[in-house]
Design a protein around this ligand. Structure first.
Ligand SMILES: Nc1ncnc2c1ncn2[C@@H]1O[C@H](COP(=O)(O)OP(=O)(O)OP(=O)(O)O)[C@@H](O)[C@H]1O
Length: 660
């Protein structure tokens, strides 16, 4: 082709993907292989105008750049650079780019440079946009001679509705490594797309699905990867990742978008929610005989990572639990194993894995949801256990002292400095974990110093000049909306990327599907902690209140209320009168003016059951009594026979005034 200007034919075999791209370059775009296609003013254009267009969706860019940053360590010590382009092929982000690529390579990876196939001929990024699939080219497979010294690979990134939002790519001077890199870019593309979906997709709920019977015929990476769909409150599918589409055997987004979930999966939103309330994933049997394991996630705050529990129950082809499946196993397993906080445990496990690669962790969530608690759990079980865990509350340290607190100071460096100097938190945390709590409150100038320390793994004590090397795993936590702080200029974007290696959003107590189980668990922990041997229970009325209360102070508030109840309870059962006065006042205040709240909190009226409710309650009580009699009072076994969780059984027994 270089000699004739025509794509080769007959014996001169090239991959069809290559020859088809060359045809497009010659016939459609009228390109010449030898033209120098680079734009002389790419960076200027980018700064002046293109950046404004490609930055229209700041959240997309933030999510992409964060993920790209996470992928960078995998490419360390290779001659591969990671690129991100907008959907038109204009480079918007380049990591580690250019250092090993020579002068032409460095020009190619300038921000604002166009990798559009129409401009630069076939290449990983631009052609991935045209074909809407991952693609790789080696050296002379590129149409344009300026790309001949390189291999390029690209992956299109799609939004929840199938629209192309960006392109992820790699470039290397290893000319024959494109096919090897294709595998990497497929996985990287999947990770970025999944992350983007979790941040961006609309819908109050999400279903995370994975193939459960691998022999069913699906080949390739989709066997192993999670597919996501999101649902609105009416149970309509409003978004899907491409793996999600493949798992549902849909070709296009339009095949499933706006359809009710029961039309596609054979289960209603109600079924899914019922399973999730038990804190458990679901088995689904979809048309064509594939079985999927799915996890239902309530996502009130779509921009955050929501971690949910991971146990299994079964819904098969419809609304009822499949015969033989273990229905609704509850807070404690029959073998007596302690119920634990599934949300925290799942987060802890993920975080421990990330710790192995020293990826910075950011924990977000309202005050009192357990961010600090999670950090202690990660430290206690992670690879840095037994090493220091140093806590810094960035909001509590006076602004002018935080530098010396973090980095230490040398003797006599400022008035009031102790004669011997001070090591500082970074040095104290050496080989261990540095927990930066309330990171959103850190002053901007200190953010710069922190970023330098994180980038170089070196700190310079205040008043000193010699850098000190430190090895710390940083975990940061905040209840502020950091992307919003970034938008408002109160938090450095680059520091946000740096800290946000992986993000865990801990849901507020009121949104947790396992709320009652968690309350029961914490109640039992409190009984143990206070050395109360006697089995004290919460009355039905108290359960009712706990179920309805919005818990603005989350687990912290719950623990305070439980402690106070326990101190006040004289008999075997905690009554409403044992609840702290402040808590009851808060309850009625939150109900005022709120129709639903008022209805819910006209508690006395609610506690006096209507005739129908009474008949139902009698029937329920009979069923529970009979199960308890059959199992000689074994709660786990009774709950199993009744098809409810242990927590629900306890709750019902308390409400109905039943004993074992
Ligand atoms: N899963 C849990 N099991 C037992 N106790 C918990 C759990 N989660 C949180 N707690 C307790 O709840 C209280 C509040 O938790 P924590 O301090 O971790 O919240 P936080 O999100 O860090 O709050 P803040 O943002 O206000 O600092 C602590 O006493 C903590 O020990």
């Amino acid at each position: 082709m270089m000699q004739t200007g025509q794509p080769p034919e007959g014996d001169d075999w090239v991959r069809p993907q290559v020859s088809e791209a060359w045809y497009r370059c010659i016939e459609e775009y009228r390109l010449s292989p030898r033209t120098n296609l680079l734009r002389p003013h790419a960076i200027m254009d980018f700064e002046n105008g293109a950046r404004a267009t490609s930055a229209t969706n700041l959240d997309v860019r933030t999510a992409l750049a964060t993920m790209a940053f996470n992928l960078q360590p995998a490419l360390r010590d290779t001659s591969v650079s990671l690129l991100l382009a907008d959907s038109a092929g204009t480079l918007i982000h380049a990591l580690d780019a250019g250092s090993n690529l020579g002068p032409m390579g460095r020009r190619l990876v300038r921000l604002g440079e166009s990798w559009n196939e129409l401009i630069i001929g076939n290449n990983g990024l631009g052609t991935a946009a045209v074909l809407r699939e991952p693609v790789a080219f080696d050296g002379k497979e590129h149409f344009s001679s300026i790309l001949h010294p390189f291999a390029t690979v690209g992956h299109p990134l799609f939004a929840h509705d199938g629209s192309l939002v960006a392109l992820l790519g790699l470039i290397t001077d290893q000319r024959s490594s494109a096919q090897t890199l294709l595998g990497f870019v497929r996985i990287a593309g999947y990770l970025v797309e999944t992350n983007l979906f979790e941040c961006q997709a609309p819908g109050a709920f999400m279903l995370r699905m994975r193939l459960n019977n691998i022999s069913a015929g699906l080949t390739g990476q989709d066997c192993l990867l999670d597919g996501l769909i999101s649902l609105d409150e009416q149970g309509r599918i409003v978004g899907a990742t491409r793996t999600g589409l493949n798992l549902l055997r849909a070709e296009r987004h339009s095949d499933i978008l706006s359809k009710k979930v029961e039309a596609v999966l054979g289960v209603t939103l109600g079924d899914l929610r019922a399973c999730a309330r038990q804190g458990e994933p679901i088995e689904l049997e979809i048309p064509h005989g594939w079985r999927l394991k799915a996890e239902f996630i309530v996502r009130r705050r779509p921009e955050k990572d929501i971690v949910q529990s991971s146990r299994v129950s079964t819904v098969k082809g419809g609304s009822r639990a499949a015969p033989g499946a273990a229905p609704g196993r509850g807070a404690k397993e029959g073998n007596g194993e302690e119920w634990r906080d599934a949300v925290l445990e799942a987060a802890q496990q993920k975080a421990i894995n990330l710790q192995k690669q020293k990826i910075p962790i950011l924990i977000t969530g309202e005050s009192g949801v357990g961010k600090d608690h999670l950090v202690r759990m990660i430290h206690a079980q992670g690879i840095r256990k037994g090493r220091p865990l140093v806590l810094v509350n960035c909001a509590a340290i006076p602004r002018d002292l935080i530098s010396s607190e973090l980095f230490g100071y040398v003797p006599g460096s400022f008035t009031g400095a102790r004669t011997g100097g001070k090591a500082g938190k970074f040095v104290e945390a050496h080989t261990g974990v540095l927990f930066l709590d309330e990171i959103g409150d850190m002053a901007l100038d200190l953010q710069t110093a922190l970023l330098c320390a994180l980038d170089s793994s070196e700190i310079v004590p205040v008043g000193g000049s010699k850098p000190v090397r430190v090895d710390v795993q940083v975990i940061a936590a905040t209840n502020s909306d950091l992307p919003d702080c970034v938008r408002k200029g109160a938090f450095r974007r680059d520091l946000y990327y740096r800290l946000n290696g992986a993000q865990f959003w801990l849901p507020p107590l009121r949104e947790r599907p396992d709320k009652l189980g968690l309350i029961e668990h914490l109640w039992e922990l409190e009984l143990k902690a206070q050395g109360v041997d006697e089995r004290k229970t919460l009355s039905a009325e108290v359960w009712d209140i706990f179920e309805r209360h919005p818990w603005p102070g989350n687990i912290r508030e719950l623990l305070n209320v439980l402690r106070s109840c326990l101190a006040m309870t004289t008999g075997r059962e905690t009554q409403v009168s044992d609840l702290p006065i402040d808590f009851l006042k808060e309850m009625s205040a939150s109900a005022q003016g709120d129709e639903e709240g008022e209805a819910a909190l006209s508690t006395l009226a609610k506690w006096r059951p209507s005739l129908e409710a009474k008949a139902l309650a009698d029937w329920e009580a009979d069923a529970i009594r009979s199960a308890l009699a059959k199992t000689a009072g074994n709660i786990s076994e009774s709950a199993r026979q009744l098809g409810i969780t242990r927590a629900t059984l306890y709750h019902k027994m308390a409400r109905l005034g039943l004993r074992k």
